[in-house]
Design a protein around this ligand. Structure first.
Ligand code: AMP
Ligand code: MG
Length: 418
């Protein structure tokens, strides 16, 4: 859709809706278990056999017949003849008959004829004989077939993000690879004549590139594959070349800077030729000018340059889109309601996202702003764990007011509480 950039003003929700209506989950691929880690399973995986597949011992001890142990006590043990060893990882060679016992290790298949295990702690060995000091019932210390999963059971359900436990159970069910939504590869480009690499000697007026590092970390946290393309100066030709090159290896493209109204806002100028990109303002603080669209069939986000705007825009617009592309059903951050500890002023017509530090406990959360609202103060984000949402129409949110807070990290991860 063509929009008049000067006039288009969208609410946060409308901008989010447009983006989510455009991005689609990436096509499903079959990935080996280790590569599938962190990805969302695309379809139910079912058990093709019972797990465990054979009855095995859960103790080191003797495979015996429970009937032979009737009446066994410490004073009057039952003495059996040891006739062999049941090896782990192999079928048993012998079977247990009346009055006999076979040594067995944890995990070894239970020999035919035996219906329980007498743990070694309850046995006394002497030569070829073993005395059992207690009775054991049928099935004692035997892991039955199919106790974990039966043929046809769902091993892992579609929609689950695969963690270690899932990889393990999929392996036990005999799946070396599974169908998943792959990680999204995201190219990140910083634009601006003033930018240098961190640690490089800054001439007066130069600053280190912040945005591509912020985005890199946040993308990695979301399970995407960040591709940092680095810095390009405010030059149309070089910008076009960098975008063309980066697009070849990415599913999504993010630029920061250059979408405002200045002479040197070159991203803005080349967007029209790139694809179906809309430029609009979002009625929010921070982070008003934005661009979004499809370039060569790939979502393209043009973010403003200010570091806090980048952080907030990523949280509100990019992260949910990427999670959707990676097949997640839940694409929003956890929320809570907290009591604001300081007044927050700002433009009353806009939604304000105020960096706060949430403390307290369930039912009594408190949110303290971590600094002034200006968009270049990124340390205020690194001290925060949430964004308090002050809805449009509020002139001043007052200390003591209840506010909705989006938590962008576990509050225990601040200040060494983890
Ligand atoms: P722009 O949107 O390009 O006009 O940039 C707005 C403000 O953000 C300017 O103060 C820029 O210096 C700053 N800025 C833009 N890109 C970056 C970046 N990658 N890292 C840090 N600051 C940036
Ligand atoms: Mg710039």
């Amino acid at each position: 859709m063509e929009m008049d950039a000067a006039r288009a003003l969208l609410s946060v929700e409308e901008a989010q809706r447009r983006i989510l209506a455009t991005v689609k989950p990436l096509p499903v691929v079959e990935l080996p278990l280790q590569e599938a880690f962190g990805c969302v399973l695309a379809s139910d995986v079912t058990a093709r056999y019972d797990i465990p597949t054979f009855p095995s011992s859960s103790m080191d001890g003797y495979a015996v017949r429970s009937v032979d142990l009737k009446g066994a006590t410490g004073q009057q043990p039952v003495t059996l003849r040891k006739i062999g060893d049941a090896p782990i990882g192999h079928p048993p060679a012998e079977s247990v008959g009346p009055g006999t016992a076979i040594w067995i290790a944890t995990g070894a298949p239970v020999p035919d004829g035996a219906d329980c295990i007498a743990p070694i702690e309850d046995c006394i060995e002497h030569g070829d004989l073993v005395s059992v000091l207690r009775e054991f019932g049928q099935g004692s210390f035997v892991r039955p077939v199919g106790q974990d999963l039966r043929t046809g059971d769902i091993v892992v359900a579609a929609g689950r993000r695969l963690a270690g436990a899932e990889l393990g159970v999929l392996s036990s069910a005999g799946y070396p690879a599974v169908p998943v939504h792959p990680r999204v590869r995201v190219a990140v480009l910083s634009t601006g004549d003033e930018l240098i690499e961190p640690g490089a000697t800054a001439a007066y007026g130069q600053i280190a590139d912040v945005n591509s590092y912020t985005l890199w970390g946040n993308l990695a946290e979301a399970g995407a594959v960040p591709i940092r393309l680095g810095i390009v100066d405010d030059n149309e030709e070089r910008l076009r070349a960098a975008i063309a090159e980066g697009l070849a290896n990415a599913d999504v493209f993010i630029t920061s800077g250059g979408v405002s109204v200045g002479q040197r806002d070159v991203v803005k100028r080349i967007l029209n030729d790139l694809g179906t990109i809309e430029r609009y303002k979002v009625s929010m603080q921070p982070g008003a000018p934005q661009a979004f669209g499809m370039v060569e069939g790939k979502p393209f986000f043009g973010l403003p340059g200010n570091p806090v705007s980048v952080f907030v825009s990523y949280e509100l617009f990019i992260r949910p889109a990427l999670l959707h592309m990676m097949g997640h059903a839940s694409i929003t951050r956890p929320e809570l309601t907290a009591v604001l500890e300081e007044d927050v002023a700002g433009p009353p017509d806009k939604a304000r996202y105020s960096r706060v530090r949430v403390t307290g406990s369930d039912g009594a959360w408190r949110a303290r702003p971590t600094g002034p609202p200006a968009s270049h103060l990124l340390a205020t984000v690194s001290r925060a764990n949430g964004l308090a949402v002050i809805p449009p129409g509020t002139v001043v949110a007052r200390a003591g007011d209840q506010v909705r807070v989006l938590l962008f990290r576990d509050r225990r991860l601040l200040d060494g509480e983890a």
